[in-house]
Design a binder for this molecule. Sequence first.
Ligand code: FMN
Length: 192
Amino acid sequence: MTIGSRVVVGISGASGAMLGIRILELLTAAGCETHLVVSTSAERTIAHEIGPDALHQARMVATHCHAIENVGATIASGSFRTAGMVVAPCSMRTLSAIASSAADNLLVRAADVHLKERRRLVLLTRETPLHLGHIRMMALATEMGAIIAPPVPAYYRRPQTVMDIIDHTARRAIDLLNLDLHALAEPWDGLR
Ligand SMILES: Cc1cc2nc3c(=O)[nH]c(=O)nc-3n(C[C@H](O)[C@H](O)[C@H](O)COP(=O)(O)O)c2cc1C
């Protein structure tokens, strides 16, 4: 296992918990070392949106799991090198905490570390509609180097199921990490 394939996956309490779980599945299947951290609110959204066993199953998929309150975990330190981090979905609360370096839990601390170490941080921010405060937080995070990638369906791909949308969004998010993997999302080859 190389640092180049070590990825942190954060799941926060916005709607769309399945996005984080699908990203985790794809990364682990691609041979990456995955470090999962789930916020307390996300534990509730995962149970509500997917089912009572879903969190346990997600934890079985990750190669490493960290408790949200464990700010002493490996991923809380810049000396623990990684290829990047994705937060999927990213709530407005977690976005705001990241944008203001309010690192009071491990997910936000790990994201803060990725920014300070100038590593890839991809945030699948999920809320609608947005007020100016949300937009300002996205601008702040972008200015600090994060990539804001809201999970907006690619309708032009003609998805047939919700899972098609989740899978494509997850693959695009992984592509944004710029890992040394084969492109996971099929590139668009233009309208015929
Ligand atoms: C079913 C459900 C769906 C939610 N969806 C969103 C959402 O899409 N975006 C958001 O910012 N917050 C959403 N929330 C609210 C967050 O869970 C709440 O703000 C929480 O404090 C976020 O904490 P975290 O950032 O530590 O995960 C939702 C809550 C529930 C129970």
